[in-house]
Design a protein around this ligand. Structure first.
Ligand SMILES: O=C(O)CCC(=O)C(=O)O
Ligand SMILES: [Fe+2]
Length: 372
């Protein structure tokens, strides 16, 4: 008789909610059509488009990734099935925030800032499918589905992350593999596929936290991918300090660059501020299920600026950056990510309050905790 772990659990198909009919102030995000990537001159043309898009904000949409929609739908069904498990089951593999380890399940237990409102999102983060992580504890439910989750995880990196990393290198006039090597799938890093579920709250409860489910923030790693999400809630902050909504694009993935890629490019690639708010009235009572991939730098990658001719021309590289003769040991990828995750998640409260967050730093690297 096979053990339970070898049996594929029954997973009911998940049906996405229809998009909102509300009239919202959508961000006019650029679309990067990845089907052009391998055509002659395709990468160069896409790099131009992306560079243009990133002048305004470091958010864009990729389309034609080659990842079948049925595979995305299946992942959403698995995510939905996971969140329906009894809480005792989900708790069996919890994130160890005391060491900044984000792999596993995060239960919504904390209060938002100093309010009496509890956070409303639960997440499951699944590490890369490489030998380093073969022994990372995982839930029986997802372990039994690894034959499907693994190939999806790898395909996402290969079909999307790798290509975007090449485009960043072209933009910075670096060898094409410069950022690929620093974010390679087969080397240790805190990359993860994330299943994310937000629970709706009453209007009264949401009002107490200014309708902000997750305050303005930048992401901790290098790049974040978010599969098209019909429940409107994600907003990005423009250079003029306005908040604009992110519109779902069928079959598209919303991408944003984040803190460590900004460190590697001395701020040339921006880490855009974004937040998650209460959805519009026609969606405010819905559960919002998300599928994301968070790209982190390799564990042992030095967080130092790339020797890019573009950065040099822009005057962004100091003498120390050029010679590597810094007075401090460079921060490593793992050191940054773990320290930051611990800082955000190991306290009693989740980002909140009325003021801007304080600055958080590790050696010479600094970000603002959160934004109003
Ligand atoms: O749920 C979303 O749309 C974005 C979530 C997000 O910003 C995050 O998890 O860092
Ligand atoms: Fe984020």
């Amino acid at each position: 008789m096979p053990s339970l772990i070898n049996q594929t659990p029954a997973v009911a198909p998940y049906t996405a909610h229809p998009p909102t009919t509300a009239v919202l102030d959508w961000a006019p995000l650029a679309t990067i059509d990845l089907s052009k990537f391998d055509a002659p001159g395709g990468k160069q043309a896409l790099a131009k488009d992306l560079q243009e898009a990133m002048k305004r904000w470091s958010f864009w949409i990729v389309t034609n990734t080659g990842i079948p929609q049925e595979d995305v739908d299946r992942q959403l069904s698995i995510a939905n099935g996971f969140f329906q498990l009894p809480i005792e089951e989900k708790r069996k593999v919890s994130c160890d925030f005391s060491v900044g380890n984000y792999f596993g399940y995060r239960e919504p237990t904390r209060f938002i800032g100093d309010s009496d409102v509890k956070e409303n999102m639960e997440t499951l983060n699944i590490p890369k499918f490489i030998p380093e992580y073969a022994d990372v504890p995982q839930h029986d439910f997802t372990k039994a589905l690894h034959a499907e989750i693994g190939p999806f995880h790898k395909a996402l990196w290969d079909k999307v992350v790798r290509k975007l990393m090449v485009l960043f290198a072209i933009i910075l006039e670096l060898p094409e593999q410069y950022f690929v090597e620093r974010h390679a799938y087969d080397r240790a890093s805190e990359d993860h596929l994330r299943y994310l579920l937000y629970h709706p709250r009453s209007a009264e409860e949401d009002a107490k936290i200014g309708d902000q489910w997750s305050k303005g923030h930048t992401d901790n790693g290098s790049l974040t991918l978010l599969f098209s999400q019909n429940v409107a809630a994600l907003q990005i902050r423009t250079l003029d300090n306005e908040w604009k909504w992110v519109k779902p694009v069928d079959g598209g993935i919303t991408c944003n660059t984040a803190d460590t890629l900004s460190f590697l490019t001395k701020g040339y690639i921006k880490s855009t501020i974004h937040r998650v708010v209460r959805p519009p009235p026609d969606q405010s009572d819905l559960h919002r299920l998300g599928l994301l991939y968070f790209v982190r730098p390799g564990d042992d990658v030095d967080m130092v600026p790339a020797p890019s001719p573009v950065l040099r021309r822009e005057g962004l590289l100091s003498k120390e950056d050029e010679t590597g003769a810094s007075s401090t040991e460079p921060v490593k990828g793992l050191e940054w990510v773990r320290t930051r995750v611990k800082n955000i998640h190991n306290g009693k409260a989740f980002r909140g309050g009325d003021k801007d967050g304080v600055m958080f730093s590790v050696k010479n690297l600094q970000v603002q905790d959160y934004y109003q």
